[in-house]
Design a protein around this ligand. Structure first.
Ligand SMILES: *Cc1c(COP(=O)(O)O)cnc(C)c1O
Length: 470
């Protein structure tokens, strides 16, 4: 090593020197000593790395005690923050899987506090004074809302599909249309789940067309399940045909084979009622004769992550007894939030207003325009050469693989780059505290007010103001 580098290494402040600075003395009153030392070691390690690589080449201010202790202070602040944090979703994708899918209803949040902060009758039958089942807490309401014979819940829908197929078709054959061999994202692919479940997948039909006779032809003594999968996140248009649930259920009945549909998003309310694209409801699919349906708790339903399984009592009994059930077991906090979310569906007149996911999807353009104006008004005082702000029309997305073709006209705030690039602006919003997640389109940074909550307006205005500084 060169003598110059060696002399630079000697200039690096020592740990004890740093600990004695006023900044670190103050830090020690509010942070555990171990964390402060950790921050010091990390910063010193960075400096050594920079000297080695030549990034620090002369006796620079970076090596001064005061500068180094400031760096440690910043590092300490970063280390003290929780890793899982709140962010502002300004993407306009309502059910955004990367950002936690659904925001829970207020009443569900209250249940989380109550049930999480105390003991509960999770697996205790209060009327008998003995061990009970955790599933009873949502079974009744799911039956009531959907007309299902029986209901249970697991950790997520991928788990629901897995346990259902493994229970009904392990070591035997499950028939599925080639048009429904979907990949949902995050590595959930029907053929892979099928393989994991130990069922032999029998593909029928073609990518665009599958007929009842395609299923009929492959049914034999080894057939254990007819599976239909909701093609959540894409649509095949043009010369296409799927076998409707009624026909598939009829086929299953005639051959004594259960018919299951993985509905994916699974909605309980009719979106056509509010002028949106028709999405089959869970109730409809059951009424059409499906023996089993599965769907997520945190997509269009608007609740916590969960996998809901509804269907015939005999099949459900077998699923409940499957040892996988224990591995996929739903947690009590999820159960509390799910029960409360489901209870909101009892009142069809207010459900849209009380479940944030439904409220955001159904917001009218007119109310979004006003919302954008209110946010825009908060930015009035900002003077900057970095960007200009404009309002514009755009489209939001439902997300979560639901209603992929649904247009949701919305209002955007656009930050149009001047001195800063769109990428830099997006990056600075994203690394603001709390982070604001926007999207870049046509070299503009777009903030969609549909998914920004009114109580987040201050945060968004602060973040934009921070980007306005040179
Ligand atoms: C989303 C989805 C899944 C996976 O559900 P998770 O809740 O993410 O586990 C499975 N099948 C379909 C059709 C889906 O849309």
């Amino acid at each position: 090593m060169s003598t110059q580098k060696q002399s630079l290494f000697r200039e690096i402040p020592g740990v004890d020197q740093l600990l004695a600075t006023p900044l670190m003395e103050r830090a020690l009153t509010s942070h555990p000593r171990g964390l402060v030392l950790n921050a010091i070691h990390q910063v010193l390690e960075d400096i050594r790395g920079k000297i080695k690589s030549g990034a620090i080449a002369g006796p620079e201010p970076e090596l001064q005690l005061e500068t180094v202790s400031e760096s440690v202070s910043e590092r300490l602040a970063a280390l003290s923050k929780p890793s899982l944090r709140e962010v502002v979703n300004a993407t306009g994708v309502v059910v955004h899987t990367n950002l936690g899918r659904s925001i829970l209803p207020e009443t569900a949040l209250n249940r989380l506090r109550a049930i999480g902060g105390g003991y509960s009758n999770l697996e205790y039958a209060l009327d008998q004074g003995k061990r009970g089942s955790r599933y009873v807490h949502v079974e009744g309401i799911l039956q009531e809302l959907t007309g299902a014979e029986s209901a249970m819940v697991v950790n997520n829908n991928a788990g629901a599909v897995l346990i259902a197929i493994e229970t009904l078709a392990r070591g035997r054959e499950a028939v599925v249309s080639r048009g429904q061999l979907v990949e949902i994202g995050g590595s959930f692919r029907i053929p892979d789940v099928m393989r994991k479940s130990g069922a032999r997948m029998i593909e029928v039909g073609t990518t665009n067309k599958t007929h009842p006779k395609d299923y009929e032809e492959v049914i034999g003594p080894e057939t254990a399940l007819l599976l239909k999968v909701h093609t959540s996140n894409f649509q095949v248009v043009g010369f296409t045909q799927e076998v409707p649930m009624e026909a598939l259920a009829d086929l299953g009945r005639r051959h004594g084979i259960p018919v299951m549909e993985d509905l994916g998003s699974g909605c309980l309310m009719d979106f056509a009622r509010i002028g949106m694209i028709q999405e089959p409801t869970v109730q409809e699919v059951l009424a059409q004769g499906a023996d089993l349906v599965t769907f997520s708790g945190d997509k269009l339903l608007g609740g916590p992550q969960a996998g809901i399984i509804l269907g015939r009592e005999g099949l459900m009994e077998a699923i409940r007894k499957n040892p996988l059930n224990r591995a996929l077991r739903i947690d009590k906090l999820t159960l509390a939030a799910l029960e409360e979310t489901l209870r909101l569906y009892r009142d069809p007149a207010s459900v849209m207003a009380h479940i944030p996911t439904l409220r955001m999807i159904s917001q009218s353009y007119e109310s979004l325009r006003k919302k954008a104006n209110r946010l825009y008004a908060r930015l009035k005082g900002i003077r900057t050469d970095n960007f200009t702000v404009q309002r514009a029309d755009g489209n939001s997305k439902v997300g979560g693989g639901a209603l992929p073709l649904q247009e949701l006209p919305t209002r955007l705030l656009c930050l149009i780059p001047r001195k800063l690039s769109a990428q830099t602006i997006e990056n600075r919003l994203r690394t603001h505290s709390p982070p604001v997640i926007a999207r870049v389109e046509k070299d503009r940074v777009m903030l969609d007010v549909r998914t920004i909550q009114t109580q987040e307006f201050n945060t968004v205005a602060d973040a934009i103001r921070a980007v306005s500084f040179p």
